[in-house]
Design a protein. Sequence first.
Length: 231
Amino acid sequence: MKSDFVSNVSHELRTPLASIRVFGEFLRLGRVESEEKVREYGAFIETESRRLTGLVNNILDFSRIESGRKTYKFRKTDLNEILEKTLQTFDIRLRQSGFAIRRKEIERFPPIKIDGDAIAQAVSNLVDNAVKYSGGSKEISVSLARDNGWAVISVEDQGIGISKEDQKKIFERFHRVSTGLVHEVRGSGLGLSIVNHIVHAHQGNVQVSSEPGSGSTFSIRLPLDLEISNA
Ligand SMILES: Nc1ncnc2c1ncn2[C@@H]1O[C@H](COP(=O)(O)OP(=O)(O)O)[C@@H](O)[C@H]1O
Ligand SMILES: [Mg+2]
């Protein structure tokens, strides 16, 4: 399991690194004709770097979680802003591949007590999965809604879906569904275990609803009246 993990993680890191190198080379060689292209390549390098940071943060967080050192800073935070900023980094990255992230039902929330960086990372992990496991479909919808005392962030894809059996295991660290597409898609099986940890630290929960072949919806549910006394 350990050597699989190291090999998976390394491969996952190499993809954004390769893009950054290629776009950097284009720019250095001065082969980019228009101002617009220069900006586009710059944006690409920026978002791929962000993605790399996200992957490294996952690994660091995983190690902190394992050793019980992961801490959270809960502060009154604008959840709408956190969500929109997170989605925007995907917008840029996905533009070229024809994906669209649709914002459906975005309700406005007053500031709520969360660890904004952690929630951004959790949402990123869900959107990253929605993209990776989309199969041929290119549609992802995100919503933010109120359900009684909860803020609910949902990420919905029309992708390959997950069987009932696997739904029970995917939140375990390293667990990856061993059939079909997954072998062609890079991943180290940390994402959902981190999402789970982050959301539980907020006294919330993560729900999944999915059918093989017709997509998945992951929902992060955060209590609006979090009683944690720090920061
Ligand atoms: N949106 C999704 N659609 C289909 N399968 C998914 C989705 N999200 C997660 N999975 C399954 O759950 C597994 C665990 O996800 P995750 O912890 O993020 O690890 P990774 O993406 O690195 O494989 C994935 O390998 C995949 O098999
Ligand atoms: Mg993942």
